[in-house]
Each structure stands twice: as structure tokens, then as C-alpha cells.
Design a protein around this ligand. Sequence first.
Ligand SMILES: [Zn+2]
Length: 170
Amino acid sequence: MTVQPNKVVSVAYQLEINNLDGEREIVETVSADAPMVLLYGMSGLPEKFEEELAGLSVGDNFSFNLSPEEGYGDIDEEAVVTIPIETFLIDGKLDEEMLQLGNYIPMTDNYGNQLRGCVVGLSEESVQMDFNHPLAGKTMYFVGSIIAIRDAQPEELAHGHVHGDGGHHH
Ligand SMILES: [Zn+2]
């Protein structure tokens, strides 16, 4: 069995990016004991990531890069916004534990979309938040292996996600 659409694929990997000093830095490690489980073709991951796994078998290793264009796009300056501090008041109080530089805060935009923003600036009047994907503007270096492959259940295909270990429980 090989990696192809309608298969549930378990993947172990290590993700590295270049940090601000231009050195490679590990930002994510997914072990074989707790692999990422994806519904191939519907994973919601960058298309190139799925393409790179196509045709691999259990035990095969992979190593590839995704440029920002192939990954989460370039950094959008307009996605860094200043929000009045009143927006963050809960029952008239500020949650100071939440409002820390570098914290990610779930927000809802005017269209009801859920967004995660990173606090990048704080003043008494406002909070500056960056809604870029944390990996926007980064080249991603993936090294890993295929841990398991199985046929997706009809119900998983209908829902568009994996059920059971590493997936949805409902
Ligand atoms: Zn489901």
C-alpha cells in the first residue's frame, strides 16, 4: 500500500526553519509513538507537503523543503493590526496573563472567522497583534518517515477527517 488519496497516513517528522540568526532550528518534532495522522488529499496541509509524500510506503523516509510560497505564504504586513485595549476587557477587566508578548490569542473577525493572533506589541491603549500564520515567510525543512497507511473509512471520507487515534473522536 502506498500514500495516495483516500488513505489515512501516519507520519513522524521533524520540522526545522531558519531562525533570526539564519541558523536551522527545530520547531516541531512529531514522534513515531504519536504520529500526525492525516487523510491524504484532504489534510488541509500545504499541497506541496502532500505531493512530496505521494507513492511512499510504510518505512520510507522523506526529506524536502517548502518555500514560503509552497507553505504558508509570505508575511502580510497588513495582517499586523492595532486593536483598542477595550476589546480585550472581560467583565471590565484585562486578563493580564493572556495579554503577554508572544502569546497566541483566539479571536473572531467581523465575518465570524476564528483567527489566532500573536501579541507583538502592548501599550495602555492598545494591543498590536499579528495574524500571520506562525510559519508565514519561512522556508520549512521536513525530515521524516511514513509510520502507517490504511484505507480511509467511508465515514472519514464523508467527514473529511480522520477518526480514532490521532484524529477526531465523536
Ligand atoms: Zn468525523
